[in-house]
Ligand binder design. Structure first.
Ligand code: ATP
Ligand code: MG
Length: 285
């Protein structure tokens, strides 16, 4: 299903997600246009990964709408989501590689699931994608045999296996050294500039964020604190934005949970930890 060229690739409208009585996504709306690289940033636990999971349809919102390629994803069943999933790649924060498969088999997975390609064709694509992320020759290793940063890059190769129109990356450069970060950023830039890929990238890494973003959204307290071009964000007068992008310990962003969360936690009785109690009482029992 073709999407008209100028309509947004992603439209998020009035999105709300509650877990129990805790609102993690609090009425968020934004669009992503074709060819953009939208960077989503914000403190740990502010809801970035949860937002991505709602956009890709793996979580259902409490209310609100997410359209991807013009189709409402929040009401789709698994089979319908699978057909949309064919058109985007997702790099999960954890890498999410299957431990029992080799690096090569992990990258091949989407090709086996979604294409009729021959084994030779798949091998060629796997080799090409691993080369893109600097991992040629590592096909036969298992995830347990490679480093954390390498797992990230295998995850990226897998996300790119189907040459997606849209790429979601959750912390693509965390755990990578500065040179490998630059390699991954350059790859993102090459794909978004040259091949009109649209990218939504969640990152804490401000060097990387300013290198790749065409637009930025900063989340806080479940809402959008600020959004704009990298220059607008850099020059933002909002002290929360300045604290975040400059990595300052002191400022308006609380170090701990929000007041609401703190109160909520105080009302929750701690669960007894049987193992510990047993251990503490072992000598006297
Ligand atoms: N399935 C779930 N059930 C209950 N709470 C959840 C669930 N998933 C996420 N949360 C809560 O939502 C909040 C946001 O989590 P999320 O993983 O989206 O944060 P994040 O911004 O990606 O953080 P980080 O930068 O550390 O990856 C957290 O308080 C988390 O506990
Ligand atoms: Mg996260």
């Amino acid at each position: 299903m073709a999407t008209p060229v100028d309509s947004p690739v992603i439209e998020v409208t009035d999105l709300v997600r509650k877990f129990g009585d805790r609102t993690v996504i609090n009425d968020i709306s934004f669009n992503v246009r074709r060819g953009e690289t939208l960077v989503i940033m914000g403190g740990s636990g502010c809801g970035k990964s949860t937002l991505l999971r709602h956009i890709i349809g793996s979580m259902k919102p409490t209310s609100g709408s997410v359209k991807i390629f013009g189709q409402e994803i929040t009401t789709m069943n698994e089979r319908e989501i699978a057909s949309v999933r064919r058109r985007f790649g997702m790099l999960f924060q954890s890498g999410a590689l299957l431990a029992s498969l080799t690096v090569g088999e992990n990258v091949a997975l989407p090709l086996l699931q979604h294409t009729e390609n021959s084994a030779d064709e798949i091998e060629e694509i796997v080799e090409e994608k691993l080369q893109m992320v600097g991992l040629s020759g590592f096909e036969d290793l298992k995830p347990a045999e490679i480093s954390g940063g390498m797992k990230k890059r295998v995850g990226l190769a897998r996300a790119l296996a189907l040459d997606p129109e849209l790429l979601f990356s959750d912390e693509p450069t965390s755990g990578l050294d500065p040179i490998m970060t630059a390699v991954v950023d350059q790859l993102t830039l090459k794909l978004t500039h040259g091949e009109h890929l649209t990218a939504v990238v969640v990152t804490h890494d401000m060097t990387s964020a300013f290198r790749i973003a065409t637009r930025m959204i900063m989340l806080g307290h479940g809402s959008i604190v600020a959004q704009g071009t990298p220059d607008e964000i850099r020059n933002s007068l909002n002290p929360e934005v300045q604290q975040f992008i400059n990595g300052q310990a002191d400022g308006p962003i609380p170090l701990n949970l929000s007041q609401d969360e703190h109160e909520h936690h105080q009302h929750v009785k701690p669960r007894p930890f049987i193992g510990a109690r047993h251990r503490f009482h072992r000598k006297t029992a």
